[in-house]
Design a protein around this ligand. Sequence first.
Ligand SMILES: *Cc1c(COP(=O)(O)O)cnc(C)c1O
Length: 216
Amino acid sequence: MSLPEVLAGIRAAEAAAGRPAGSARLVAVTKGQDLDAIDRCVLAHGAFPLGEGRAQELRDKSALRPDLEWHFIGALQRNKVKYLRHVTLVHSVEAAWQAEALAQAAQGWGHAPDVLLQLHNGEAQKHGIEAQALPGVLREVRATGLDVRGLMVMAPDLDDLPPPEREARLAALFTDVARRAHDLGLSELSMGMSGDYPHAVAAGATLVRVGRSLFT
Ligand SMILES: *Cc1c(COP(=O)(O)O)cnc(C)c1O
């Protein structure tokens, strides 16, 4: 696959869901890729936001190319928040202390990233906010002054399930997250990766985080 093929897949999923073309935006996940590969496989096709999951790697790349649109999609550690200066959107806030650390760093930067709250996906996975804690965390994160734009979720690995069951589980998860965002008045929905983005777009994803498929 390549970026144009992924984009075509996103456009097809939008059309099938009766959504306007372009309402789901591709975030090119570039972790582990050097800037040459990013230029060749991503930026040669247009100006896409770049999603990085490791703070040091993000720091090093974004220092060389601060002009690009950088998103952070990984686990946020207190001592590494300082590396996120060039980030405009953090997809992966899962605790109020992370937002507080970001807001504090942002004072030194003179600009603050917007954030999404990462939801737990109901599987044996340690990351993400439990559904019942979401309204409280949302309140606390807003109190830091950061702009909470939406929700993010990472679907569990369901590759061992028979396809119909896998698709039903993905649809249920993505639809549930979309409903929670809607109920909270949040407009951005970051969901969908290489293996499941058509289901995420069908459920209303506005940001689709695809990595592997862009570089193979
Ligand atoms: C790596 C990663 C992706 C992209 O996954 P691919 O399977 O490479 O498309 C998306 N979201 C997060 C949080 C990731 O860490």
